[in-house]
Write a protein that binds this ligand. Structure first.
Ligand SMILES: Nc1ncnc2c1ncn2[C@@H]1O[C@H](COP(=O)(O)OP(=O)(O)O)[C@@H](O)[C@H]1O
Ligand SMILES: [Mg+2]
Length: 227
C-alpha cells in the first residue's frame, strides 16, 4: 500500500469560532500503480484531501501512512523532502511562471532536489517533455502556449523529479473537449512507467475510466468503487 488514510478527520475554523469538518472519517487506500479518481460536489473537501495526501496540509485526527510509515511525527524538513521526492502536483490553473520559457518552468522542482546536479537538468527536462509530446517546445515562452499546451507543461513539471505519485486537482477543469482528452491520455501514459495517479475531477466520464473511484458523500466520508 503506497497511501493509506485511516479514520482521517480535518477540521477548520470558519472564522466565527465555529468548526467545519470537510473530512470526518476518511478511509482511503491506494496501491502502487493505481489510477484513482476522487469525485464529489464543489466545497465538499476534495482539495483538502489531496493536500493532506501530498503532505501540504495535516490531519486533525486519524492516521496517514505513506509507504507503510506514519508521517505523523515527520518534521517540516522531512515533509518538504517527501513532497519533492514522492509527489508531483498538477492543478486546474497551470501555475506556471509567466514570461519564462518551458525549460525554466519545468526545472523548478529540480532546484529543490539536492540529489540532482545542474548538468543533469537538460536530460531530465527533455525526458519529461517527451512524455507529454512537448519536447519541441523547450525554448518557447509559456505565454505563447494554449491552455492545453500549458497544462501538458505542468504535467511535465510534475514528472521531472520522477515522483511515484501524481496528484492532479481538476487538471481538465478549464479545458475544451479535445485538450481534456489529451491530458487524460497523458496521465494514462504514466501508468506504463508504474506511476500512481490520483485525480480530482467533476467529470464522471473521466472518473469512470480510472481503476478506482472514491466519491464524497455527505458527512465527510468516502464511498469506494472499483471500475
Ligand atoms: N484553509 C481553510 N480554512 C478554512 N476553511 C477551509 C480551508 N480550506 C478549505 N476550507 C473549507 O473546507 C471545505 C472544503 O474545501 P475544499 O477541500 O477546497 O473543497 P473542494 O475541493 O471539494 O471544492 C470548504 O467548506 C472550504 O471553505
Ligand atoms: Mg477543490
Amino acid at each position: 500500500m503506497i497511501i493509506e488514510l485511516r479514520g482521517v478527520k480535518k477540521e477548520y475554523n470558519d472564522g466565527k469560532n465555529k468548526k467545519i469538518s470537510p473530512l470526518n472519517d476518511i478511509n482511503f487506500c491506494v496501491d502502487k500503480g493505481d489510477f484513482v479518481a476522487i469525485t464529489g460536489p464543489s466545497g465538499i473537501g476534495k482539495t483538502t484531501l489531496l493536500n493532506i495526501i501530498g503532505c501540504i496540509d495535516t490531519v486533525t485526527s486519524g492516521q496517514y501512512f505513506l509507504n507503510g510509515k506514519s508521517i505523523e511525527n515527520y518534521t517540516e524538513k522531512k515533509k518538504a523532502f517527501v513532497r519533492n521526492k514522492y509527489f508531483g502536483y498538477v492543478l486546474q490553473s497551470d501555475g506556471l511562471i509567466p514570461y519564462r520559457n518551458v525549460y525554466d518552468n519545468v526545472s523548478v522542482p529540480l532546484m529543490f532536489n539536492k540529489d540532482v546536479k545542474r548538468r543533469e537538468y537538460k536530460e531530465k527536462i527533455e525526458k519529461a517533455l517527451t512524455a507529454v509530446n512537448m519536447e519541441n517546445y523547450i525554448h518557447r515562452n509559456v505565454n505563447e502556449l494554449s491552455g492545453g499546451e500549458k497544462q501538458r507543461i505542468s504535467i511535465a513539471r510534475a514528472m521531472v523529479n520522477d515522483p511515484d505519485i501524481i496528484l492532479a486537482d481538476e487538471p481538465t477543469g478549464s479545458l475544451d473537449v479535445d485538450n481534456k482528452e489529451m491530458i487524460v491520455e497523458n496521465l494514462f501514459n504514466l501508468r506504463k512507467n508504474g506511476k500512481t495517479v490520483i485525480i480530482v475531477t467533476h467529470d464522471l466520464d473521466i472518473a469512470a475510466r480510472f481503476d478506482l473511484q472514491y466519491t464524497f458523500v455527505p458527512g465527510g466520508i468516502l464511498k469506494r468503487k472499483e471500475n
